[in-house]
Design a protein around this ligand. Structure first.
Ligand SMILES: *Cc1c(COP(=O)(O)O)cnc(C)c1O
Length: 357
Protein backbone atom coordinates (compact mmCIF):
# COMPACT_ATOMS: atom_id res chain seq x y z
CA UNK A 1 0.00 0.00 0.00
CA UNK A 2 1.23 3.49 -0.80
CA UNK A 3 2.63 4.88 2.45
CA UNK A 4 1.42 8.51 2.21
CA UNK A 5 -0.64 9.27 5.32
CA UNK A 6 -2.21 12.13 7.23
CA UNK A 7 -2.14 11.35 10.94
CA UNK A 8 -4.75 13.38 12.79
CA UNK A 9 -4.05 13.87 16.49
CA UNK A 10 -7.50 14.40 18.02
CA UNK A 11 -6.20 14.88 21.60
CA UNK A 12 -4.12 17.78 20.22
CA UNK A 13 -7.28 19.26 18.68
CA UNK A 14 -8.98 19.13 22.09
CA UNK A 15 -5.95 20.73 23.71
CA UNK A 16 -5.97 23.52 21.11
CA UNK A 17 -9.69 24.19 21.51
CA UNK A 18 -9.24 24.53 25.27
CA UNK A 19 -6.32 26.89 24.74
CA UNK A 20 -8.35 28.97 22.27
CA UNK A 21 -11.12 29.21 24.83
CA UNK A 22 -8.61 30.41 27.41
CA UNK A 23 -7.47 33.12 24.98
CA UNK A 24 -10.95 34.39 24.30
CA UNK A 25 -12.23 33.91 27.85
CA UNK A 26 -15.75 33.39 26.54
CA UNK A 27 -17.62 31.11 24.18
CA UNK A 28 -15.98 29.85 21.02
CA UNK A 29 -17.41 28.34 17.86
CA UNK A 30 -15.00 25.72 16.56
CA UNK A 31 -14.66 26.56 12.86
CA UNK A 32 -14.82 23.25 10.97
CA UNK A 33 -15.60 24.53 7.47
CA UNK A 34 -13.87 22.99 4.45
CA UNK A 35 -13.86 19.54 6.07
CA UNK A 36 -12.23 21.01 9.20
CA UNK A 37 -9.45 22.61 7.15
CA UNK A 38 -8.71 19.22 5.60
CA UNK A 39 -8.71 17.26 8.87
CA UNK A 40 -12.15 15.61 8.54
CA UNK A 41 -15.12 17.61 9.83
CA UNK A 42 -17.09 14.76 11.36
CA UNK A 43 -14.14 13.28 13.25
CA UNK A 44 -13.05 16.70 14.51
CA UNK A 45 -16.55 17.79 15.54
CA UNK A 46 -17.10 14.48 17.35
CA UNK A 47 -13.76 14.81 19.13
CA UNK A 48 -14.89 18.19 20.50
CA UNK A 49 -18.49 17.26 21.28
CA UNK A 50 -18.18 17.60 25.08
CA UNK A 51 -15.96 20.71 24.93
CA UNK A 52 -17.22 22.94 22.13
CA UNK A 53 -19.88 25.62 22.51
CA UNK A 54 -20.80 25.10 18.87
CA UNK A 55 -19.40 24.87 15.36
CA UNK A 56 -19.14 27.09 12.29
CA UNK A 57 -19.24 25.91 8.68
CA UNK A 58 -19.47 27.58 5.29
CA UNK A 59 -22.77 26.24 4.04
CA UNK A 60 -25.86 24.11 4.62
CA UNK A 61 -24.27 21.05 2.98
CA UNK A 62 -21.41 21.09 5.49
CA UNK A 63 -23.84 21.51 8.40
CA UNK A 64 -26.05 18.64 7.21
CA UNK A 65 -23.03 16.34 7.12
CA UNK A 66 -22.46 17.08 10.82
CA UNK A 67 -26.14 16.69 11.73
CA UNK A 68 -26.24 13.34 9.86
CA UNK A 69 -23.30 12.21 12.00
CA UNK A 70 -25.28 12.93 15.16
CA UNK A 71 -23.81 16.33 16.07
CA UNK A 72 -26.49 18.18 18.04
CA UNK A 73 -24.59 21.31 19.18
CA UNK A 74 -25.32 24.69 17.56
CA UNK A 75 -23.89 25.10 14.04
CA UNK A 76 -23.47 28.52 12.41
CA UNK A 77 -23.62 28.94 8.63
CA UNK A 78 -20.92 31.55 8.01
CA UNK A 79 -22.42 32.82 4.76
CA UNK A 80 -25.99 32.01 5.68
CA UNK A 81 -28.06 30.64 2.82
CA UNK A 82 -27.29 30.88 -0.89
CA UNK A 83 -30.93 30.53 -1.97
CA UNK A 84 -34.13 31.21 -0.03
CA UNK A 85 -35.32 27.59 -0.37
CA UNK A 86 -32.59 26.53 2.08
CA UNK A 87 -34.44 28.26 4.93
CA UNK A 88 -36.77 25.36 5.58
CA UNK A 89 -33.87 22.96 6.23
CA UNK A 90 -32.01 25.59 8.25
CA UNK A 91 -34.98 25.75 10.60
CA UNK A 92 -35.60 22.00 10.55
CA UNK A 93 -31.99 21.25 11.53
CA UNK A 94 -31.80 24.06 14.03
CA UNK A 95 -28.92 25.92 12.38
CA UNK A 96 -27.77 29.45 13.09
CA UNK A 97 -27.64 31.64 10.07
CA UNK A 98 -25.51 34.64 9.06
CA UNK A 99 -27.39 37.39 7.24
CA UNK A 100 -25.12 39.56 5.13
CA UNK A 101 -27.29 40.81 2.27
CA UNK A 102 -30.63 42.54 1.65
CA UNK A 103 -32.08 39.63 -0.30
CA UNK A 104 -31.49 37.29 2.67
CA UNK A 105 -33.24 39.72 4.97
CA UNK A 106 -36.19 39.97 2.56
CA UNK A 107 -36.41 36.18 2.33
CA UNK A 108 -36.50 35.77 6.12
CA UNK A 109 -39.22 38.38 6.43
CA UNK A 110 -41.33 36.90 3.66
CA UNK A 111 -41.26 33.18 4.36
CA UNK A 112 -43.39 31.43 6.90
CA UNK A 113 -41.08 29.38 9.06
CA UNK A 114 -41.90 26.50 11.42
CA UNK A 115 -39.76 28.09 14.13
CA UNK A 116 -38.00 31.44 14.50
CA UNK A 117 -34.33 31.63 13.51
CA UNK A 118 -31.19 32.73 15.32
CA UNK A 119 -29.56 35.24 12.99
CA UNK A 120 -25.96 36.46 13.06
CA UNK A 121 -26.05 39.89 11.46
CA UNK A 122 -22.83 40.61 9.61
CA UNK A 123 -21.32 44.06 9.39
CA UNK A 124 -18.80 44.99 6.73
CA UNK A 125 -16.46 47.03 8.90
CA UNK A 126 -13.58 47.02 6.40
CA UNK A 127 -13.04 43.55 4.91
CA UNK A 128 -15.33 44.54 2.01
CA UNK A 129 -16.43 41.06 1.04
CA UNK A 130 -19.91 40.70 2.50
CA UNK A 131 -22.08 42.33 5.16
CA UNK A 132 -23.95 45.55 5.78
CA UNK A 133 -22.05 48.82 5.97
CA UNK A 134 -21.95 50.51 9.39
CA UNK A 135 -24.33 53.22 8.16
CA UNK A 136 -27.09 50.77 7.16
CA UNK A 137 -26.55 48.26 9.98
CA UNK A 138 -28.93 49.75 12.54
CA UNK A 139 -31.87 49.81 10.14
CA UNK A 140 -31.32 46.14 9.25
CA UNK A 141 -30.97 45.27 12.92
CA UNK A 142 -34.29 46.99 13.65
CA UNK A 143 -36.04 45.01 10.91
CA UNK A 144 -34.66 41.74 12.30
CA UNK A 145 -35.57 42.63 15.89
CA UNK A 146 -39.11 43.31 14.73
CA UNK A 147 -39.38 40.17 12.58
CA UNK A 148 -41.53 37.29 13.86
CA UNK A 149 -39.29 34.79 12.12
CA UNK A 150 -36.27 35.87 14.17
CA UNK A 151 -35.68 34.53 17.68
CA UNK A 152 -32.35 36.25 18.44
CA UNK A 153 -29.77 38.43 16.71
CA UNK A 154 -26.01 38.19 17.26
CA UNK A 155 -23.91 41.11 16.03
CA UNK A 156 -20.82 40.07 14.08
CA UNK A 157 -17.95 41.32 11.97
CA UNK A 158 -14.71 39.89 10.58
CA UNK A 159 -11.17 41.32 10.63
CA UNK A 160 -9.16 41.66 7.44
CA UNK A 161 -5.71 42.33 8.89
CA UNK A 162 -5.59 40.88 12.41
CA UNK A 163 -2.29 39.15 11.58
CA UNK A 164 -0.58 42.52 10.99
CA UNK A 165 0.73 43.68 14.33
CA UNK A 166 2.03 46.99 13.00
CA UNK A 167 -1.26 48.01 11.42
CA UNK A 168 -4.01 49.96 13.18
CA UNK A 169 -6.63 48.43 10.84
CA UNK A 170 -7.93 45.89 13.36
CA UNK A 171 -8.46 48.47 16.05
CA UNK A 172 -10.16 50.76 13.53
CA UNK A 173 -12.47 47.99 12.35
CA UNK A 174 -13.38 47.20 15.93
CA UNK A 175 -14.07 50.87 16.72
CA UNK A 176 -16.32 51.18 13.67
CA UNK A 177 -18.19 48.05 14.73
CA UNK A 178 -18.53 49.23 18.34
CA UNK A 179 -19.77 52.67 17.34
CA UNK A 180 -22.32 51.29 14.88
CA UNK A 181 -23.69 48.80 17.45
CA UNK A 182 -23.75 51.22 20.40
CA UNK A 183 -26.74 50.66 22.64
CA UNK A 184 -27.69 47.29 21.11
CA UNK A 185 -28.00 44.71 23.89
CA UNK A 186 -27.31 41.67 21.70
CA UNK A 187 -24.35 39.32 22.03
CA UNK A 188 -21.44 40.12 19.74
CA UNK A 189 -18.99 38.00 17.76
CA UNK A 190 -15.63 39.12 16.41
CA UNK A 191 -12.31 37.35 16.57
CA UNK A 192 -10.80 34.80 14.22
CA UNK A 193 -7.53 33.06 15.18
CA UNK A 194 -5.14 35.96 14.44
CA UNK A 195 -7.32 38.31 16.48
CA UNK A 196 -7.33 35.91 19.44
CA UNK A 197 -3.56 35.53 19.24
CA UNK A 198 -2.51 39.11 18.61
CA UNK A 199 -5.31 41.36 19.93
CA UNK A 200 -6.29 39.90 23.31
CA UNK A 201 -7.82 43.21 24.38
CA UNK A 202 -10.54 42.77 21.74
CA UNK A 203 -13.18 40.63 23.45
CA UNK A 204 -16.52 39.32 22.32
CA UNK A 205 -19.18 36.92 23.54
CA UNK A 206 -18.55 34.45 20.73
CA UNK A 207 -15.13 34.08 19.14
CA UNK A 208 -14.59 32.03 16.00
CA UNK A 209 -11.22 30.26 16.07
CA UNK A 210 -10.29 28.14 13.05
CA UNK A 211 -6.65 27.63 12.16
CA UNK A 212 -5.33 27.64 15.74
CA UNK A 213 -7.50 24.61 16.51
CA UNK A 214 -5.38 22.74 14.00
CA UNK A 215 -2.13 23.91 15.58
CA UNK A 216 -0.89 26.50 13.09
CA UNK A 217 -0.18 30.01 14.30
CA UNK A 218 -0.53 32.69 11.63
CA UNK A 219 0.91 35.32 13.98
CA UNK A 220 2.85 35.35 17.26
CA UNK A 221 0.86 35.19 20.47
CA UNK A 222 0.62 38.42 22.47
CA UNK A 223 0.60 36.42 25.75
CA UNK A 224 2.96 33.52 25.10
CA UNK A 225 2.56 32.37 28.71
CA UNK A 226 -0.83 30.84 27.93
CA UNK A 227 0.59 27.66 26.42
CA UNK A 228 1.41 26.20 23.03
CA UNK A 229 -0.83 25.07 20.23
CA UNK A 230 0.00 21.57 19.03
CA UNK A 231 0.05 20.52 15.37
CA UNK A 232 -2.93 18.26 14.70
CA UNK A 233 -1.97 16.92 11.27
CA UNK A 234 1.25 15.08 10.50
CA UNK A 235 1.66 14.57 6.76
CA UNK A 236 4.13 11.80 6.12
CA UNK A 237 5.26 9.15 3.67
CA UNK A 238 8.25 6.87 3.17
CA UNK A 239 11.40 6.72 1.09
CA UNK A 240 10.95 4.29 -1.79
CA UNK A 241 14.33 4.71 -3.55
CA UNK A 242 17.81 6.10 -2.89
CA UNK A 243 20.29 7.61 -5.37
CA UNK A 244 23.97 8.45 -4.87
CA UNK A 245 24.81 11.18 -7.38
CA UNK A 246 28.14 12.81 -8.23
CA UNK A 247 28.56 16.58 -8.44
CA UNK A 248 27.01 18.06 -11.57
CA UNK A 249 24.00 15.71 -11.74
CA UNK A 250 20.48 17.15 -11.59
CA UNK A 251 17.38 15.87 -9.79
CA UNK A 252 13.82 15.94 -11.06
CA UNK A 253 11.83 17.87 -13.68
CA UNK A 254 13.53 20.90 -15.13
CA UNK A 255 16.86 20.14 -13.40
CA UNK A 256 15.93 22.65 -10.73
CA UNK A 257 18.50 21.16 -8.36
CA UNK A 258 22.05 20.45 -9.53
CA UNK A 259 24.42 18.77 -7.06
CA UNK A 260 27.41 20.99 -6.21
CA UNK A 261 29.08 18.02 -4.51
CA UNK A 262 28.24 14.33 -4.24
CA UNK A 263 24.74 13.96 -2.84
CA UNK A 264 22.61 11.14 -1.47
CA UNK A 265 19.00 11.57 -2.58
CA UNK A 266 15.89 9.91 -1.13
CA UNK A 267 12.76 9.63 -3.24
CA UNK A 268 9.56 9.97 -1.19
CA UNK A 269 6.13 8.65 -2.19
CA UNK A 270 4.17 11.88 -1.94
CA UNK A 271 3.66 14.76 -4.36
CA UNK A 272 1.47 17.63 -5.41
CA UNK A 273 -1.45 15.31 -6.19
CA UNK A 274 -1.52 14.64 -2.44
CA UNK A 275 -1.59 18.35 -1.70
CA UNK A 276 2.09 18.95 -1.06
CA UNK A 277 2.76 22.35 -2.69
CA UNK A 278 4.51 22.20 -6.05
CA UNK A 279 5.88 25.67 -5.41
CA UNK A 280 7.98 24.51 -2.43
CA UNK A 281 11.59 25.09 -3.52
CA UNK A 282 14.84 23.28 -2.77
CA UNK A 283 15.63 23.90 0.88
CA UNK A 284 12.06 23.58 2.19
CA UNK A 285 12.36 21.66 5.49
CA UNK A 286 11.35 18.00 5.86
CA UNK A 287 12.21 15.49 8.59
CA UNK A 288 13.63 12.04 7.83
CA UNK A 289 13.17 9.63 10.75
CA UNK A 290 12.84 12.69 12.97
CA UNK A 291 15.96 14.47 11.67
CA UNK A 292 15.65 17.76 9.83
CA UNK A 293 16.61 17.76 6.18
CA UNK A 294 15.46 19.51 3.02
CA UNK A 295 13.59 19.15 -0.23
CA UNK A 296 15.65 18.87 -3.44
CA UNK A 297 14.43 19.97 -6.87
CA UNK A 298 10.91 20.20 -8.18
CA UNK A 299 8.00 18.40 -6.53
CA UNK A 300 6.38 15.85 -8.91
CA UNK A 301 2.79 14.63 -8.90
CA UNK A 302 3.44 11.43 -6.92
CA UNK A 303 7.01 11.80 -5.68
CA UNK A 304 9.52 14.28 -4.36
CA UNK A 305 13.22 14.18 -3.52
CA UNK A 306 14.90 14.90 -0.19
CA UNK A 307 18.53 15.24 0.89
CA UNK A 308 19.91 12.20 2.73
CA UNK A 309 23.53 13.36 2.64
CA UNK A 310 24.90 12.87 6.13
CA UNK A 311 21.84 10.93 7.31
CA UNK A 312 23.66 7.60 7.30
CA UNK A 313 20.88 5.62 8.96
CA UNK A 314 18.23 6.79 6.49
CA UNK A 315 17.27 4.67 3.50
CA UNK A 316 14.41 2.90 1.77
CA UNK A 317 11.55 2.61 4.27
CA UNK A 318 12.54 5.66 6.31
CA UNK A 319 9.63 7.84 7.37
CA UNK A 320 9.56 11.38 5.99
CA UNK A 321 7.48 14.06 7.70
CA UNK A 322 6.40 16.82 5.32
CA UNK A 323 4.80 18.74 8.17
CA UNK A 324 3.76 17.98 11.71
CA UNK A 325 5.42 18.28 15.10
CA UNK A 326 9.00 18.36 13.77
CA UNK A 327 8.45 20.44 10.62
CA UNK A 328 6.18 23.41 11.21
CA UNK A 329 3.50 23.79 8.55
CA UNK A 330 3.86 27.55 8.84
CA UNK A 331 7.49 27.22 7.76
CA UNK A 332 6.59 25.03 4.79
CA UNK A 333 3.87 27.51 3.82
CA UNK A 334 6.32 30.43 4.00
CA UNK A 335 8.78 28.54 1.77
CA UNK A 336 6.02 27.81 -0.75
CA UNK A 337 4.69 31.38 -0.74
CA UNK A 338 1.32 30.46 0.75
CA UNK A 339 -0.39 29.99 4.13
CA UNK A 340 -0.98 26.93 6.27
CA UNK A 341 -4.73 27.16 5.60
CA UNK A 342 -4.26 26.42 1.91
CA UNK A 343 -1.83 23.56 2.50
CA UNK A 344 -4.16 21.87 4.98
CA UNK A 345 -7.27 22.28 2.80
CA UNK A 346 -5.43 20.83 -0.20
CA UNK A 347 -4.50 17.48 1.37
CA UNK A 348 -6.10 14.61 -0.54
CA UNK A 349 -5.51 11.05 -1.81
CA UNK A 350 -3.51 10.15 1.31
CA UNK A 351 -4.78 7.70 3.92
CA UNK A 352 -6.23 9.38 7.03
CA UNK A 353 -5.49 7.82 10.41
CA UNK A 354 -6.93 9.23 13.60
CA UNK A 355 -5.30 9.17 17.00
CA UNK A 356 -8.44 8.82 19.15
CA UNK A 357 -9.31 11.03 22.10
C1 LIG B 1 -13.03 31.00 8.40
C2 LIG B 1 -13.59 32.03 9.31
C3 LIG B 1 -13.13 32.14 10.63
C4 LIG B 1 -11.94 31.35 11.15
O1 LIG B 1 -10.75 31.98 10.75
P1 LIG B 1 -9.32 31.51 11.28
O2 LIG B 1 -8.37 32.53 10.77
O3 LIG B 1 -9.07 30.16 10.70
O4 LIG B 1 -9.41 31.48 12.76
C5 LIG B 1 -13.77 33.04 11.46
N1 LIG B 1 -14.80 33.79 11.02
C6 LIG B 1 -15.24 33.73 9.75
C7 LIG B 1 -16.36 34.62 9.32
C8 LIG B 1 -14.66 32.86 8.86
O5 LIG B 1 -15.10 32.80 7.59
Amino acid sequence: MRPARALINLPALRHNYQLARQLCADKALAVVKADAYGHGAVACAQALHDLADGYAVACLEEALQLRAAGITLPILLLEGFFAADELEQIVEHNLWCVVHADWQLDAIERQSLARPLTVWLKMDSGMHRVGFFPGEYRAVWQRLQACENVAAVVLMTHFARADELQSSATREQYQLFSAATAGMQNLISVGNSPALLAWPEIRSDWSRPGIILYGSQPVAMANPGVGEFQPVMTLQSKIIAVRELPAGEAVGYGAQFIAQQPVRVGIVAIGYADGYPRHAPTGTPVAVDGQLSQLLGRVSMDMLAVDLTGLVEAGVGSTVELWGSTVSIDQVAACAGTISYELLCNVKRVRYEYLPV
